[in-house]
Ligand binder design. Sequence first.
Ligand code: SF4
Length: 462
Amino acid sequence: MTSIRQSLHHTNQDGHPPFSAGELQQWTEQITAHPYRNYLYSYPHKTAYREFASPLPLEELWRDEPAESLFLYMHIPFCGARCGFCNLFTLPDKRANVHAEYVDALERQARQWAAFTRHKPYARFAIGGGTPSLLAPAQLNRLFSIATDIMGVDLGTTSISVETSPETLTEEKLTILKDHTVDRVSMGIQSFVAAESAAIYRPQDPEVVYRALELLGQFDFPILNLDLIYGLPGQTVDSWLYSLNQALLHEPEEIFLYPLYTREHTIVKPGDLVNQLDIRHECYEAARAVLAERGYRQYSMRRFAKEDAGTGKDILDYSCQEEGMVGLGCGARSYTRNVHYASRYGVSRKATESIIADYVAAEHYNTADYGIVLSLDEQKRRFILKAILHSEGLTIADYNQRFGTKLWEDHPELGLLVQSGFATDDEGILRLTPDGLGYSDSIGDWFISGEIREQMQEFILP
Ligand code: SF4
């Protein structure tokens, strides 16, 4: 991209530079040839984190955090088994005593961190994983006590979300969620076809899924989110639409559709799919049409929701652009405006086991040891990526005001999005078109800085 940036001397009436037909064609081919290059669910990705030269005291990090309100995230890194596509920080371990010791450690950590963060209110609280609903009811209850009594979460003004799986849901656990005014319950289903679930090492009887959905329906949470995956081994566009339609029968307020990603360190390897036609883009387009017809609005490449979905609570304002994420638990990331940190990252059983063991044995949690300090350039990239990969788009004046520089001067290459038709620049908002949203992953990957890409590539997963 450097060569393109260097060749820019003129701008069009919107302030972004024109590209030659050749440049445009080359870039468009690069974006469309491999739409599923890299899923940027955060920027920079954890594989760009490194050990800090000296630990950073959390008291100082959080004292100066400019965000008005914060997001509290608790990570429960345990699952019944590891799914074939999963590269998240989680360990297959169902033992109740292991979970209880882990929650003990999380409580110790919360007691230390609360002193650093209690000067700001929480607007959002999420429990994710792993599979939080794998915890016994008593441990699940404790997580809410830690949030309210130690961290200072006010259940009445905080939007609360919990991740679950079909086989771990019980009436008792859902009662706990309801009693704590949980607003959004998310359930990973992936597929309603037993053979497709089995092919990703997630044997799942559709009857168990239907029972869980029925139970969830009885509790009537304000937002039910269901996750599905397309591009599974043996899946066809028809069987994909079958799964989607089964999910829609339960009228979820929100639905996340994930393309299947495989990597060398996941159980299902890229090589396992070479004999299968890549139908992911076709599945995406077909699902988008069905969801539009059913009244769902598209918020990003993966997220579709009913426009009126929401809670009756008066939630505090929270801007994703402003960072302020307090991540408790092993594997959780925390973000201040310019420092992102977490525990070490691993995927293999051996690595996750040893990282969790260190976390559970620790007495002190008052420094950040592993992460990344974001340069101003990386803060700008993050701000841009978080905005353009969502349908709200990037308000250019917000960028210019926040950073005191001009978007088109900092990143003239973004003009390619507009010139290719993957984005529009209407009334000062740079926004991906529906077509552009479909290429979010390759657009996100294209916009990663050279330094971060190098660090991610150097990272060898144990
Ligand atoms: S995809 Fe979800 S349920 Fe499956 S192993 Fe990963 S965290 Fe656990």
